[in-house]
Design a protein around this ligand. Structure first.
Ligand code: NDP
Length: 252
């Protein structure tokens, strides 16, 4: 359970898409928010401005989640500004262009695994070190942003990305059990097709329009719909929920 009155969340990749929506919604729920970004300082600044204009507390923090020193710096910067991080949203992720397996280079696979797996691992590890009641911490919550691709495999499109999200799921299961007795809950959301910029980096800017109508709910999702599930998992309303997966995928 997140200790009341010490609600500080670090959202990795908080400058755009699902991360940005999560930052804004978390601030509205009373969290002080560390808005992490890697390249796009202007986008992160816009998220911070939105939060502050609504009376919330937020700080933009640059850092690459796949770099150990950056991760330490991120947690320290947020802690210096607002106090210890009590919630982590492991959201930063990348997708490369659509390709069949035989076209995927080892270099590409390593890039994808570096952000999507090493990044999630490093941030989770740092969060546990600081949150664990066994180590004198206050406890806390972690939500990993996986993908329906972890289950569907993304054949002919991005098996490398699906592989990385499968690893996120496995980490979620193992870590949830490992730290359950230390006051830390660990869960994951698995978004389906959500309307963000990531599809342009996947080489398919019109993906949501093309595939949305074929989803059981007849459309793609919004970043806010994913953020709502993340906020619920972070909240005390989910105090008996750990090691779980919440699909936000319109029935996909
Ligand atoms: P966006 O491309 O819109 O945003 C990605 C964010 O991650 C940006 O803020 C980017 O920052 C940041 N980021 C990327 N790499 C790093 C890194 N190494 N270190 C720190 N920050 C980084 O993506 P979405 O909002 O769509 O995706 C968010 C998460 O949701 C991802 O994990 C993605 O895999 C997952 N997801 C998305 C789905 C979708 O349909 N949109 C479906 C299923 C899962 P910057 O711009 O500064 O580089």
């Amino acid at each position: 359970m997140t200790p009341t009155g010490r609600r500080v969340v670090l959202v990795t990749g908080g400058s755009r898409g699902i991360g940005a929506a999560t930052c804004v919604m978390a601030a509205r729920s009373g969290y002080a928010v560390g808005v992490n970004y890697r390249h796009d300082a202007d986008a992160a600044a816009r998220v911070v401005e939105t939060i502050i204009a609504a009376g919330g507390r937020a700080l933009a923090v640059q850092g690459d989640v796949s770099v150990e020193a950056d991760v330490l710096r991120l947690f320290d910067a947020v802690q210096d500004a607002f106090g210890p991080v009590s919630a982590l949203v492991n959201n930063a992720g990348i997708l490369e262009t659509q390709a069949r397996l035989e076209q995927i280079s080892v270099e590409r696979l390593q890039r994808v695994l570096k952000t999507n797996v090493v990044g999630v691992f490093l941030c989770a590890r740092e969060a546990v070190k600081r949150m664990s009641t066994r180590q004198g911490g206050p406890g806390g919550t972690i939500v990993n942003v996986s993908s329906r691709a972890a289950v569907l495999g993304a054949p002919g499109e991005y098996v490398d990305y699906a592989l990385s999200k499968g690893a996120v799921d496995t980490l979620t299961i193992g870590l949830a059990k490992e730290v359950a007795a230390e006051g830390i809950r660990v869960n994951a959301v698995r978004p389906g097709i959500i309307d963000t910029d990531i599809h342009a980096s996947g080489g398919e800017p019109g993906r949501v329009e093309r595939l949305g109508p074929a989803q059981p709910l007849g459309r793609g999702g919004t970043p806010e719909e994913v953020a709502a599930a993340i906020l619920w998992l972070l909240s005390d309303a989910a105090s008996y929920v750990t090691g779980s997966f919440t699909d936000v995928a319109g029935g996909r």
